[in-house]
Design a protein around this ligand. Sequence first.
Ligand SMILES: NC(=O)c1ccc[n+]([C@@H]2O[C@H](COP(=O)([O-])OP(=O)(O)OC[C@H]3O[C@@H](n4cnc5c(N)ncnc54)[C@H](OP(=O)(O)O)[C@@H]3O)[C@@H](O)[C@H]2O)c1
Length: 330
Amino acid sequence: MERGMLAVVLEGWGDPEVLQIREVPRPRPGPHEVVVKVRASGVNRADLLQRRGKYPAPPGEPQDIPGLEFSGTVEEVGEEVSLWRVGDRVMGILGGGGYAQYVAVHERAAIRVPAGIPLEDAGAIPEAFLTAYDALFRQAALTEGETVLIHAVGSGVGTAALQLAQNAGARSIGTARAPWKLDRALELGLDVAVEGGEDWVQRVLNATGGEGVDVILDLVGGGYLAGNLKVMATGARQVVVGVPSGSRAELDLRWLMTRRALIRGTVLRGRPVEEKLALSREFEHRVVPLLAARKIRPVLHTALPAHQAAEAHRLLEDNRTFGKVVLLWD
Ligand SMILES: NC(=O)c1ccc[n+]([C@@H]2O[C@H](COP(=O)([O-])OP(=O)(O)OC[C@H]3O[C@@H](n4cnc5c(N)ncnc54)[C@H](OP(=O)(O)O)[C@@H]3O)[C@@H](O)[C@H]2O)c1
């Protein structure tokens, strides 16, 4: 007989109320997969777009269950699995289906949760830290002694990025529209806090002695592009990770030329599976030890029971969060 589980299902597209708990079939492990009993399902901006019908899950992923990340314990292993045993504590990213009591993932997609980090907190790690790690170091090649500007520094990705940058010996400047988020970011180790108002460009230039920044992690998009060009140091690299302020903006190519600057975009979800598996393995080797040593930490705004998924979406939609929101399963 088919075994069931609970999941937060999209009963249609629209406001948060379309998120409803339903019983659905429980996944079985393929030969190279583990089934994880989920403790925490991270909530992401992309889930809000998916809920509104504007960001469908990639083919092959559950279309009606949102959720891009999980933490939990291995419950079942496929016959070819060699990396994990039942009971291991793991976390990871998914193409969809994360708001559920159980998820099935390739064994190489599972990442060890270090001892001492509760599973509730670990649910706040994968999407934010993998995105920030990949963008800052693999794509923008941020190095020690450089300065990085992080827009929306109080976001899940922003709070991960500022810690990773600090740990790598880079100087961090962060923007947010809400002053309370800047205060929290300073407590977390941000070097310079800049309110994302009209004069943010001048403030960033003042903070860098007029030199500008080496790397820009842009989690906001179109509204900041004109300013970004003005605060780029020679050879600067900008990575566009999110566009909540809009995806269209005018680009003065002369600024780009004179600064010999680079602007690139990135997505995690739509990448080929092999690339995501390789990133997850690299992350376990490079970033998990920093988490284990408490050099960096997950930033959890709040953990809500899974049946409060609609409230979790409202918190993000209203920009009331600092760090991450996760949904908990018993
Ligand atoms: N490319 C990828 O693979 C990938 C992966 C993960 C996340 N993302 C994207 O990265 C961004 C951050 O994700 P997250 O989950 O960490 O977000 P989050 O925690 O929900 O925080 C997003 C923050 O962005 C700021 N913001 C929202 N709308 C804005 C606007 N119109 N103008 C300026 N600032 C605005 C708000 O901060 P203030 O109110 O303080 O300004 C908000 O708290 C999102 O855009 C997300 O879609 C992309």
